[in-house]
Design a protein around this ligand. Structure first.
Ligand SMILES: Nc1ncnc2c1ncn2[C@@H]1O[C@H](COP(=O)(O)OP(=O)(O)O)[C@@H](O)[C@H]1O
Ligand SMILES: [Mg+2]
Length: 267
């Protein structure tokens, strides 16, 4: 498989509002993409399409060599891992950490069987360990810190051994330590040849993990720039995306951006 995602002329319209407007985008196997843009740019909408949880109003969306509208999405969805705030909100209040992960194998949230396959439990256990959550697998999900919850959600997204992993703002609400731990883990994942194709959505440049290969910048439902990460994350492109003059620094694969001070008035 070479094409993980193939969007051609994709628009999403809701009432009078155009959420996405004429998007052309291709993601290939092995690529690690970051999608950046301000609040309301359409990032979550784009991920919903990639997750086969929404259909475009216009254009075509191909996911894992299948075309939305011509494929049974219930067969396609287990091949795609998704971690998002909307999904986390569906987790029942008293759900145990191990169950949050293992239920992904059955495409549900909330324990619905008394007995799971031993293999599924073993895989969930291994994934939780890999994400540093092994000691907490008996805890109730709702009692975890925000950073711990994010790692459980990613372990859950990986449970079905997906070919495409979608992460919608996994750094949201994390403190400095939590964010840095997450960026470090995502950087490791990005450099793992056996990891699925990755798409990470964020509105913070500081959350771009080293090892990500491509970037797509979105503003008002339109693509500002897309391509190889070093060529896309420029002051000009990011300034146009976020709508203010920015000074961008890159250091060892990490990026920061601050508002550019206005030039002093001529005397
Ligand atoms: N069902 C809907 N009807 C109308 N507007 C919507 C709907 N869903 C999202 N929007 C709007 O579309 C825009 C893009 O939303 P979203 O994709 O969530 O952006 P982002 O994730 O980049 O913040 C926002 O302005 C949002 O309010
Ligand atoms: Mg969003």
């Amino acid at each position: 498989m070479s094409n993980v995602l193939q969007l051609s002329g994709v628009s999403v319209v809701r009432g009078a509002k155009t959420l996405l407007d004429g998007i052309d985008w291709q993601v290939r196997d092995g690529e690690r993409w970051v999608v950046l843009g301000p609040n309301g740019a359409g990032k979550t909408t784009l991920l919903q399409l990639a997750a086969a949880r929404m259909h475009p109003t216009r254009g075509t969306v191909g996911v894992l060599d299948e075309t939305l509208g011509k494929v049974d999405v219930f067969e396609l969805r287990p091949r795609i891992g998704l971690a998002s705030a909307a999904l986390a909100n569906q987790i029942p209040e008293h759900e145990k950490v191990l169950d949050v992960v293992v239920t992904a194998a059955y495409g549900v949230t909330g324990r619905w069987r008394e007995l799971y396959e031993k293999d599924d439990e073993r895989r969930a256990f291994r994934l939780l360990n890999e994400w540093g959550m092994g000691p907490l697998l008996g805890r109730v999900f709702a009692t975890l810190s925000e950073g711990e919850r994010k790692r459980v959600q990613i372990a859950r997204a990986l449970m079905t051994d997906p070919e495409l992993l979608l992460l919608d703002e996994p750094g949201a609400g994390l403190d400095l330590g939590g964010r840095e731990e997450l960026v470090y883990k995502l950087s490791e994942l990005a450099q793992d040849d056996f990891a699925p194709a990755l798409i990470l959505v964020t509105h913070h440049l500081e959350e771009v993990p080293p090892g990500f290969t491509h970037a797509l910048l979105l503003r008002d439902g339109r693509v500002v720039a897309q391509g190889e990460i070093e060529e896309v994350l420029t002051e000009e492109n990011l300034g146009a995306t976020f709508g203010l003059p920015l000074e961008v620094r890159a250091n060892g694969g990490r990026y920061t951006a601050v508002r550019r001070a206005p030039a002093p008035a001529a005397v």
